[in-house]
Design a protein around this ligand. Sequence first.
Ligand SMILES: Nc1nc2c(ncn2[C@@H]2O[C@H](COP(=O)(O)OP(=O)(O)OP(=O)(O)O)[C@@H](O)[C@H]2O)c(=O)[nH]1
Length: 274
Amino acid sequence: MEDTKQAAGASVPGKKPFPDVQLSRDTRNIPIGKVGVKDISYPIVVMDKNRSFQSTVARINMYVDLPHHFKGTHMSRFVEILNTYREKIALDKMETILAKMKEKLGASSAHLEMEFPYFIEKTAPVSGAKSLMEYTCTFSATLSDHFDFVLGVKVPVTSLCPCSRELSAYGAHNQRSIMTVQVRYNEFLWIEDLIECIEACGSSPVYSLLKREDEKFVTERAYENPRFVEDMVRDATVRLLAMDNISWFSVEAENFESIHKHSAYAAIERSKNI
Ligand SMILES: Nc1nc2c(ncn2[C@@H]2O[C@H](COP(=O)(O)OP(=O)(O)OP(=O)(O)O)[C@@H](O)[C@H]2O)c(=O)[nH]1
């Protein structure tokens, strides 16, 4: 009877009330860890080390937990909350948005994930030609009894195989690799600084624009700097351990092998307990 009353829901004057099916009771006794909306495309603002801020478009996921006795969550409220912050969705709003999600959805935990392209101006190593390069970044935040935030970046690099270089009379196989880094930190960390740290771990950084003199330079630099996936994640670990403000990290390297159909892969995760 109680449930039927609750399920009566909102109404429009003169019309039959809309039943609130989500509020009805579920009897399977199974709570849900994450339920919500996925893949919303939405404008956000990201702090930019050189230009103060940068506007971009994120793919956003928003989830909350759902107690066992409710049939469903209220999907429309996630988007309503997002719309409240419209032009102002940025890193410093994540905890506020999560608190609103918990409040409006009566949840004990809330998750907010954003994946977005971030652009950095790079300078070619010899010609000095400038161009914008896109990096895929992620913000992943959770609010339960405490706030947790993880910054992630996918950094493309060139890797040149040390084994191939040793064995071959000419050249060495080399390929584009993706290094994926995720960090928890105590003091503000620029995306640019994290990218610079990871880019140094491959055989060479990659660029959007290279003239012929640059091409010669990056080809030779990679040859002089061969790297296995193991070298890449170990070098990254040394560098990330030396960054005092980082409390936890995970780093992965995937080399899209040019002599195989599969990739070479390595990963390291460390908590610094600071
Ligand atoms: N919970 C849930 N809702 C879904 C799903 N797929 C679509 N929806 C729809 O999400 C819409 C919005 O639901 P609510 O947020 O409860 O909408 P509402 O009752 O108008 O909003 P409130 O008054 O704030 O509760 C409904 O039309 C649902 O049918 C699903 O898989 N689960």
